[in-house]
Ligand binder design. Structure first.
Ligand code: LLP
Length: 422
């Protein structure tokens, strides 16, 4: 469900026409719908509540680091899952209370850990023995006890893209399954560590429940084994990973089915749960709007060249991801559909949004929206090829606000210095 729809032949986000925003801010730009953010959060929260689960929802900020997006979610009670000091500062600035923030990640630095401790966040998910020892030493020095969950690697296949699978033994994430019990027991004995429980995250854009269920069943077994060994387990962080539809007809498991599976696998343990959804909350709440620069015919192919590129939305070139191309002016019902390659201006062939995409005729100056671009879109952008970062716009009803402006060329040069020998 989202709030992007045609009205009188024009693509609207909520009650605002995308073409009107384009006229104000220029292209390309990211645009997010507050109503979709709110709806996705509410649907997930309701699924959890309906299944009688005691759980905190912490939005994975890595999916969308817009201050305005984080605040929109925070105002509904959502917390934050952060993976760097930068994200932690963003979440705090957005108004997320420290006690709703969890810090994940395989390589947190000493500086980041001490900032987390000083900030008084809810939980730090530890992913290795050396990290546990450093955090303990740091906490002891600071006269604190760090609230910790140990992230375990359950060694399951998430059945998703290789680059975003994280729960198999070969991956860098979490404590290896065989040593998990011993590491938790050790954590429970350290003076600077307040051992709370376990964390697990097996991958992103999962389109089946079975891998989650497999991982959560192992977490259940480990929880029982730890309790048996006299180590109390009160908190379980189940990560994120639930997939979203990118193309019409795709139907990943619903939040309701996911929550029911959690109840079946982990309900009854008496643990406080935490979820770290990213994509599911924001993916379908955003589009990337671009303008067609040229339509180029080569004799064998038609290339629609747009002013957005792989630096603005890297998912197609990085993960072969599909993002729908939606014309901003509604095509006539009898418009002729033909295969075209939609590409950006960057000097590499990988700068392709889609090959042989079946689209109505597009001409220079036409606007298109790339769908499901609210997650891992703007956050993964760069200024490769000297292209300014794309602005972000948040819409609520008929209001819109540029929540991150487009840098100008002076901004882009401002961090550069020439050495004195030049
Ligand atoms: N928790 C942890 C520990 C994670 O590593 C991630 C995502 C999440 C939660 C949120 O997962 P989600 O609910 O969004 O699936 N750039 C890639 C996705 C990378 C995901 C990294 N970790 C993409 O564009 O598909």
């Amino acid at each position: 469900m989202n709030h992007f729809h045609y009205r009188d032949g024009r693509l609207f986000v909520e009650d605002k026409a995308l073409a009107d925003i384009a006229a104000e801010v220029g292209t390309p730009f990211y645009c997010y719908a507050s109503a979709t953010l709110a709806r996705h959060y509410d649907v997930f929260a309701a699924a959890i509540a309906d299944n009688g689960l005691d759980a905190a929802i912490c939005f994975a900020v890595k999916a969308n680091a817009s201050l305005a997006v984080i605040r929109t979610l925070a105002q509904r009670g959502c917390g934050a899952d952060v993976v760097s000091e930068g994200e932690l500062r963003l979440a705090l600035r957005a108004g997320v209370p420290a006690e709703r923030i969890v810090f994940s990640g395989v390589g947190k630095t000493g500086r980041e850990l001490s900032f987390a401790l000083v900030s008084g966040i809810r939980q730090i998910n530890v992913e290795s023995l050396p990290e546990l020892e450093s955090l303990n030493a740091l906490a002891v020095r600071m006269g604190r006890r760090a609230p910790v969950a140990v992230r375990v690697n359950p060694d399951v296949d998430a059945h998703t893209h290789a680059k975003i699978s994280t729960g198999a033994a070969e991956h860098k994430f979490g404590i290896a399954w065989d040593s998990a019990l011993a590491v938790c027991r050790h954590a429970d004995e350290l003076p600077g560590i307040d051992f709370r429980g376990l964390a697990v995250h097996i991958g992103s854009q999962l389109t089946e429940l079975a891998p989650f269920a497999q991982a959560f069943a192992k977490v259940r077994d480990l929880t029982l084994a730890l309790r048996e060994a006299g180590v109390p387990v009160s908190h379980l962080d189940l990560g994120g990973g639930l997939g979203v539809p990118y193309a019409p007809g795709e139907e990943p498991p619903s939040p309701a089915a996911y929550a029911a599976m959690v109840r079946e696998t982990l309900g009854g343990l008496g643990c406080a749960l935490m979820f770290e959804p990213g994509r599911m909350l924001v993916g379908n709440a955003g589009v990337l709007v671009a303008k067609v620069i040229y339509v180029k015919e080569t004799g064998t192919k038609t290339f629609v060249i747009v002013d957005a590129a792989m630096n603005d939305l890297i998912r197609p070139s990085m993960y072969s991801a599909h993002h729908e191309v939606i014309p901003v002016a509604e095509p006539a019902p009898d418009a002729e559909i033909a295969p075209v390659d939609v590409v950006g201006p960057i000097c590499e062939t990988g700068d392709t949004f889609g090959r042989a995409m079946l689209l109505p005729p597009l001409a220079a100056g036409d606007l298109v929206a790339f769908g499901t671009a609210g997650a891992y879109g703007a956050v993964m952008s760069s200024s490769y090829n000297g292209r300014p970062l794309v602005p972000e716009v948040l819409v609520k009803g008929s209001q819109s606000c540029v929540t991150r402006r487009r840098p100008d060329y002076e901004d882009m040069l401002a961090l550069e210095t020439l050495p004195n020998w030049l």
